[in-house]
Design a protein around this ligand. Sequence first.
Ligand SMILES: [Zn+2]
Length: 87
Amino acid sequence: MTQSALRGADHAHFNRRLRERWLALREEIRDTLLRADAESYADVSHAEVCDKSIDRERLEAYPTAKRCLPCQQLHERTRPQMQGPTL
Ligand SMILES: [Zn+2]
């Protein structure tokens, strides 16, 4: 493979990863908006796994968070390797 073909392959890979991230983020935002329409803020702030309340600071920094911080940290330690950190 020539140097420029290699760069093209890297670029295509990068674009594919970026598109996957974008689609996943769009899905998270859509889910959050649907939950926010259907429920009150208090319900939206309930963590999906443990049903505790997600810290307000966490939701302000990451409005689509579905897990409280301890559950997210556990999830990231135990899930198969995926793209980048999501905290
Ligand atoms: Zn939790």
